[in-house]
Each structure stands twice: as structure tokens, then as C-alpha cells.
Write a protein that binds this ligand. Structure first.
Ligand SMILES: [Ca+2]
Ligand SMILES: [Ca+2]
Length: 206
């Protein structure tokens, strides 16, 4: 009885291909990265926060394009790109941005996620001493910010990681973007389908 239930090698190959094709079909449609800030804020996004001064068209230092976002927080301060109407994050995988600690460096910054008009997450000390006068790349999965696959994503903010103990040195942010689901996962699935087809070809040849 048990023997009869066992799938033959051929059905195994077919089910492998079936799984691979099903995963390929389920993969979200390719979507371009969305720049929240590079030369200016994305349409519908505003510099939003408290206890800060900033310049969205700071000429130096710059990571990409011709300007960066200069941010000076005071104790308890916060600032980030915020859309009041909210947006759908389906198809986006991570938040990516570049930070420069300026002449002083030694910043201690939290990164908070905002959706539905509420702060829903806080990655405490996410940026910790990024160094002085150098651009550092950070990337964080939207799932870690609790804003993956939601229809009411407002944005993120950089906030004072000392929680009011001191005033963070001026820093610079550039090329803030939502990045799409990484290509390699799709490539791996296609590879799986190819392997399945290879097995099938070998069985037919024998
Ligand atoms: Ca720029
Ligand atoms: Ca400051």
C-alpha cells in the first residue's frame, strides 16, 4: 500500500517544475526603485518632524546628483520624508539611504517607520557613529520597519538616538529610496525551473 503511494521519479520532476513555475507566477511584477529623496523629495512627500533645522538643497557634501539633505537635530529631534496621504509598499523590499556624518561624525540616530499616521516601529541606534566626512550606505528591510506590503505607508524619520541627552551633530542624507524585491530571488527560481527541465530531458533520453 505504502509502495503504491510513493511518487515515481517522473512525477517528482513534474512537481519540481510545477513549484518553480508557480513561484515564478506568484512573483510580483517588476517595479522600479522609488526615490524618496535625491535632488528633491518625491511628489507628495514632505520634510516632516520636530526639533530640527534642515536644507533640502545642500550643495556639499553630496553623494549623488548635485545636492544632499542637510539635517541638524536638537535634543529629542526627528525628521524624515513623510507622505500624509500614504502609499502602497507592495513590491518594495527595503529602504536604502546614504548618510554622511559631516565634520563631527559620532551621530546616534534611531530610524522609525510611520504608517496610518502613526509611528509603528523604532530601530534604536540604527545609525551609530557613521564616521566623519564619509558616505555610508544603509539598507533595512521594510518588514523590519513593520511597513512591508501595507497601503498606508507614510514614511520614515531619523530621530535623536540619545533620547534628549545631547544634540546630534549635523549630518547629511542622500539618495533615500525604496528598493524592489531583489533580482537574485527571481534568477534562483528560474534556475530551479531550468534544473527541473534538465532532469526531465535526461529521463526522456534514457
Ligand atoms: Ca542628491
Ligand atoms: Ca544638532
Amino acid at each position: 500500500m505504502d509502495k503504491n503511494m510513493k511518487p515515481t521519479p517522473t512525477t517528482k520532476v513534474f512537481s519540481l517544475i510545477g513549484v518553480a513555475l508557480a513561484l515564478l507566477a506568484a512573483a510580483p511584477t517588476a517595479r522600479a526603485n522609488l526615490l524618496l529623496y535625491d535632488e528633491t523629495l518625491a511628489p507628495g512627500f514632505y520634510a516632516n518632524g520636530w526639533n530640527n533645522t534642515y536644507d533640502l538643497a545642500n550643495p556639499s557634501p553630496v553623494y549623488s546628483g548635485s545636492v544632499s539633505w542637510k539635517i541638524d537635530l536638537t535634543p529629542w529631534g526627528g525628521l524624515g520624508p513623510i507622505s500624509f496621504s500614504g502609499m502602497n509598499t507592495t513590491g518594495y523590499d527595503s529602504l536604502s539611504f546614504w548618510i554622511n556624518g559631516g565634520a563631527a561624525g559620532n551621530q546616534d540616530l534611531n530610524l522609525t517607520g510611520v504608517r496610518g499616521g502613526q509611528v509603528v516601529s523604532g530601530l534604536w541606534h540604527f545609525v551609530k557613529d557613521p564616521g566623519a566626512n564619509t558616505w555610508v550606505h544603509y539598507t533595512v528591510p521594510l518588514s523590519a520597519l513593520l511597513v512591508a506590503n501595507v497601503s498606508d505607508f507614510n514614511g520614515v524619520r531619523f530621530t535623536d538616538g540619545s533620547f534628549g541627552v545631547n544634540s546630534q551633530p549635523t549630518f547629511y542624507v542622500d539618495r533615500i529610496e525604496l528598493t524592489t524585491v531583489p533580482e537574485p530571488s527571481t534568477a534562483a527560481l528560474m534556475g530551479l525551473a531550468a534544473v527541473g527541465a534538465l532532469f526531465l530531458g535526461r529521463r526522456r533520453a534514457s
